[in-house]
Write a protein that binds this ligand. Structure first.
Ligand code: SF4
Length: 532
């Protein structure tokens, strides 16, 4: 007898939905007619797809697989991602490749998925968060642990009261506090006080914010902005590095260079943040060789070495200055073939601690006038690397949820501790993986920093699972098998060996309770352990 997941996959295979929305419609229609009693998760659907392929009941379908993966990625990493966009506001940058649309925040197009949602809700942070949670729940995603990602222009160029208000309202949506307790017009001190109350409430809320990401420019990172962002509950900062070559940066009017990136990275690390770089190959003045060199330098230079990167190959869209350069023939991006080649070369030799989160930006193809047109770039790279016998070691490719073909009965779970230097400190990448390091079950980013705000930090602790309801045990799921505690113990042992008395965790607000139960105390915005 066919399972509900198999029925959905077989129907999708026949109809080949063109995007995730069309796939959801098929799923909803089937669930309406068959009283399944539960909503299959994206991961269950993906597993059913692989099973049917293995049993030769369907053939490999890159389009269907891509849409299933897009759905699954939201929960494979153990959390549900909610994106909110800030209102249109002038950006201090003048980057030639950046599109301008009057009713949108700088760099966003009104028909990009998250941007379209934000526009339809007048960029209201509460409505964006709440509506997204409702939609995800309707599609079968657990929504108890939320990673909040705030996008739109340069965060630190918005008025500080807007910044606090915007994030407070996102928290209030997760706390289900419909009637706002904050306003943009409040003075900053009152907003800060109210933020503390709202965050405390979120510690026990139904939808806990376990991570918060902001995006900004390296030249907007300073002690004041970093401390404010931490106070808002931020755990990860994405900075637009774009390139390291000074000539390319100048040509594209980026307005900063390597020096600002080095300083921003150092400061963010001193405060324990996770650091995510945006990189742009295919820019004017660049060549495949220069781009490959730049990507490799990011990891050979100990002043850089981010935890994650997003690679956004330059795409030329109409309402950008770069479009004029293309139109008058002064710029022609190098070919997709070269881009594919250098990305494969780069990916075949990356450190285990790196996560390559994105390889393209989701720009609707009708906007793209020149530059990368490969919307399935990740799948293409994976496919070709497999055929050529190479593999990518990045975390994204090795997450246990993406490794659906591994038979864990035959695997030995092994603990690894990799060390490397970065921004004047020592990083320890502690992980639980299979012995051949193809699949990661859990990892921890632990740092010893003689110049840090604290002498040692847990910058990230992640046990992959299927986003189980908090504290609900499910036999065999990796979320509750003690790997998190074991990695904490390893970090504390390293502290003892190095005579470090205190260990701070840059904890998301919704995870404070977890660390509290392990003996940490809230100190400012960090959960702090005294090491005995
Ligand atoms: S800083 Fe970012 S948002 Fe501002 S112009 Fe440059 S790319 Fe666009």
């Amino acid at each position: 007898m066919q399972t509900i997941e198999e029925i959905i996959i077989l129907d999708c295979y026949k109809k080949q939905p063109k995007d995730v929305e069309a796939l959801n419609n098929i799923k909803r229609r089937i669930l309406r007619t068959i009283k399944a009693g539960y909503i299959p998760t994206s991961t269950q659907l993906l597993k059913a797809y692989h099973k049917l392929v293995k049993e030769n009941k369907i053939k490999l379908s890159p389009q269907l697989e891509q849409n299933l993966l897009r759905r699954a990625v939201r929960t494979l990493s153990g959390v549900t991602i909610v994106t909110a966009l800030t209102k249109p506001f002038p950006c201090p940058g003048e980057c030639t490749y950046c599109p301008t649309e009057a009713r949108m925040p700088k760099s966003y197009l009104s028909d990009e998925p998250a941007a379209a949602r934000a526009l339809s809700l007048a960029f209201d942070p509460y409505e964006q968060t709440w509506k997204r949670l409702e939609a995800l729940k309707k599609n079968g995603h657990p929504i108890d642990k939320v990673e909040l990602i705030i996008k739109g222009g340069t965060w630190n160029s918005y008025p500080i009261t807007y910044q606090y208000w915007f994030i407070a309202r996102c928290f209030e949506a997760c706390n289900r506090t419909r009637k706002s307790t904050v306003s943009e017009k409040m003075n900053i001190e009152d907003l800060r006080k109210q933020m503390v109350k709202i965050q405390n409430k979120n510690e026990k809320a139904k939808h806990r914010i376990i991570g918060l990401t902001l995006e900004t420019r390296p030249d907007f990172i300073n002690k004041k902005t970093v401390e404010a962002m931490r106070e808002m509950g931020t755990t990860r900062i994405e900075i637009g590095v774009q390139h390291l070559d000074p000539k390319i940066m100048e040509m594209t009017k980026r307005g900063h260079g390597l020096k600002e990136t080095v300083e921003a990275t150092k400061l963010l690390r001193h405060y324990g943040f996770k650091v995510d770089y945006h990189l742009m190959p295919q820019l004017p003045g660049s060549t495949p060789a220069k781009d490959l060199k730049m990507m490799r330098q990011i990891f050979s230079d100990p002043r850089l070495r981010p935890d994650m990167i997003k690679i956004y190959p330059c795409t030329v869209v109409k309402n950008s200055e770069l479009y004029e350069w293309v139109a008058n023939g002064t710029f022609k991006p190098y070919s997709d073939k070269h881009l594919l080649r250098i990305l494969k070369e780069f990916k075949s030799d990356v450190p285990y601690y790196l996560r390559i989160s994105r390889l393209i930006r989701d720009i609707p193809s009708h906007h793209i006038m020149a530059g990368n047109m490969m919307t399935n770039l990740r799948q293409l790279i994976q496919f070709e690397m497999k055929a050529e016998g190479t593999t990518c070691h990045c975390l994204r490719c090795r997450e246990v949820g993406h490794q659906t073909e591994i038979n864990w009965d035959k695997e030995k779970i092994t603990k690894f501790v990799d060390t490397y230097e970065s921004s004047g400190g020592t990083e320890y990448f502690i992980s639980f993986e299979n012995a051949t390091r193809d699949a990661v079950l859990a990892f921890c980013r632990f740092r010893i920093d003689p110049d840090g705000n604290y002498p040692a930090f847990i910058r990230e602790l992640h046990v992959y699972g299927q986003s189980l309801e908090i504290a609900k045990r499910k036999l065999g799921a990796s979320q509750h098998t003690g790997m998190g505690k074991e990695m904490m113990k390893t970090a504390m042992d390293i502290c003892r060996e190095n005579k470090i008395p205190r260990l701070a965790v840059i904890s998301g607000v919704g995870v404070r309770d977890y660390y509290r139960k392990l003996g940490a105390k809230l100190e400012g915005n960090y959960m702090v352990f005294d090491i005995k």
